[in-house]
Write a protein that binds this ligand. Sequence first.
Ligand code: UDX
Length: 445
Amino acid sequence: MKVGIVGLGYVGLTTGLVIASKGHEVIGIDIDDKKVKMLNAGRIPFYEPGLEELLRKALDSKLFIATTNYDAIRDAEIIFISVGTPSRDDGSIDLSFIESSSTMIGKALKGSSDYHLIVVKSTVTPGTTRNIVGRIIAKVSGKKLGDELGLCMNPEFLREGSALYDTLNPDKVIIGELDEKSGEKLYEFWYEFYRDDTEYLRTTLENAELIKYAINSFLATKISYINMLANICEKIPNCDIGVIARGMGLDKRINPAFFGAGLGFGGSCFPKDLRALIAFSKQSINYDPLILEATLKINEKQALHAIEIMKRELNDLHGREITILGLSYKPNTDDIREAVSIRIINELLRLGAKIRVYDPKAMKNIKRIYGDSLIYHNSAYDALDKSEAVIIVTEWNEFRKLKPKDFLRMKKPVVIDGRRILLDKLEEFRRLGIKYYTIGHYFEL
Ligand code: UDX
């Protein structure tokens, strides 16, 4: 089968390459000429384990090609839309790429006598697939929705860093469908991949759109909830959030996943999706989603909590040498979009600190933003040397391996472990006279 993928970001590229790996012919469309050339040369524009090998295999077997020319999808049976849906300044969703790609798909399909199924994979607010994508493509192509043009909404749940694994092993496939014919076609397509190893839910377009927001905002709320409790724990002798989370997870009604307390969530999805759902609720249906607003507010404060702890030790941070270990928004990625590190760096710069940074993968991306304002190091050890305080922002494995004595190279070590990865070495830190603080663990100052 010939499949078109419009938008070759994380979601589009991974989906396209997995589909190609099963023997379908995949045409990838992107407006970015540089990206298209790079992909056709076998290189991925971001770091994602396993994806480049898959791209090379797909190129070798001629089952994948990237192009900027929409006409290439004219004879595709299924066309996935996976363009970006960024935030506008007021947090609401910016649908301009959805609109422009729909227009281009409509133009490409004009005059085609075949049935084409359009599948929205991008995260979009309820009503977008039917009222914007469906309407634009039908109008521009001159084809009738239903008989000549199918329409589905099929949200994607892959995580960066494990994009391939998640796409090959989804726990659910959500299919929002305009009609039975569209839904059946997409269901059969995915059933061929996943058989009975996953759950399928077929529903309306709007339910599918909202399920994506519901899952992401619920997971974000779990993180803010546990971080709120972590802040309570810090004030109660003998309390630790790790044990509280474990205890909660023993209750069969509560799933323990996403209860990792820390400096909060970042990335290209959670913050953006929360803001989009809040703006949609307020602007389009006149409803105040109070829990979501609290989730966002707690998260914004949580990053700076590390600096509050530090200030209690060092008072004035002006001119102080502070190390940040970990810049990417989570481990195993070089992505720094909405990363906690950025909020911490901005605040430290405002306070006049000298900031020394190290990350295994994200240095280039951070340098692009901050240039000469930061001091860059090639290893955690160099970044710690003679520094006065350190914040561990991202839980990279190589930071988990740090030993308390490694921090003795600091001037007068204050360690703020923003991800609780060295807590099991607390006694050793104390023995060496190192001030060690972590999120959600009682500490006396
Ligand atoms: C997320 C969703 O998991 C995925 O389904 C969706 O399609 C896109 O958004 P991703 O952004 O790749 O995926 O990251 P994820 O691994 O889910 O982590 C999101 C953020 O939450 C990270 O900043 C992470 O550090 C943070 N997090 C996660 C916590 O702070 N605590 C946790 O327990 C889990």
